[in-house]
Design a protein. Sequence first.
Length: 435
Amino acid sequence: MIPRYARPEMTAIWSPETKFRIWYEIEAHACDAQADLGVIPRANAEAVWKAKDVEFDVARIDEIEAVTKHDVIAFLTHLAEIIGNDEARFVHQGMTSSDVLDTTLNVQLVRAADILLADMDALLAALKRRAMEHKMTVRIGRSHGIHAEPVTMGLTFARFYAEMERNKNRLEKARWEVATGAISGAVGTFANIDPAVEEHVCEKMGLRPEPISTQVIPRDRHAMFFATLGVIASSIENIATEIRHMQRTEVLEAEEFFSKGQKGSSAMPHKRNPVLTENLTGLARLVRSAVVPAMENVALWHERDISHSSVERGIGPDATIHLDFALARLTGVIEKLVIYPDNMMANLNKFKGLVHSQRVLLALTQKGVSREDSYRLVQRNAMKVWEEGKDFMEELKADPEVTAAMSDAEIEEKFDLGYHTKNVDTIFRRVFGEA
């Protein structure tokens, strides 16, 4: 993982040092459980804990693995070097490598999820604060990229808040889904190890026992987890895309904070580019690239194969580290986003009242004009605004078919912006609650 898109706390979860520490804890807790059952001597179980404060030598483990061609055996050999061969002879009793590898992966994913959930709390707080700040800051809503009807910037932030709150709920469920461990031995039958060992290890590692694990934990759990990360990444891109549009020169309703001394272009000194949100768009693609491989890992041969292993060594760190960085970056963008209410109003008025066409249409139908004729009358005047730069209200007042049904005062009333914001409070209560 390149340091540019990585933060230390998340990166540490995936370090070799952390991985071997988790392996060790699983083996040590399993020895405790075996001793409780009388399967191994208590003295041997206690001896394993002599390594609890030891920094495992990653280079030495790699050296052993170069000969054994087996990572778990290399670790167990190194552990025996630390605590003594005789003391270590009952370590891994009745277990298989997947017991250690799969349980460790799920511990790492749970820890990663906890960081991501904290990231999402920070992002939600930023979105809520900006939503409240710009609750009634009117801007033009767009459909198909074209001016539609007025909305508010607060509503824009609020819908992103609601989307991210759904994503947080999804991640909480995905965390629960993947928080299982397996210490069930070869092909998962517990033939050589008591299920009580699994229960003890899982409790100590903050997991639930996997109900049925074959020789591996079922990979549909992991598919669910990485699919959820992909959805969150897509929501990040959704927000980033909106900001990138708002920062376009001809729109300029908002822009990323441009710090003192920052440079936008090596060639053009005037440039202020949306580089952070463009970066977020790219990071979202990287996170989503983990989803299909995770789905394809679900189908494994019989009780165990390792076709999933190389995939997970990549997507586990990559997806969580990238998403952690992206969530933190997006939070910073939202917190510092520069909003231009005057530009929003100027854009809204660019086509001289055209955005109120639906209100006029509905008013005409209320006056007894058929919907088909109402649409024809409004569209005919709207096209003059598009094509000739006319003023929509004035054109309506000059149209005898329109004025036959509506007075000038009634037409003018249909151009009140407050009409479009009258239910903002209701929407906010739905999103943020009564407070």
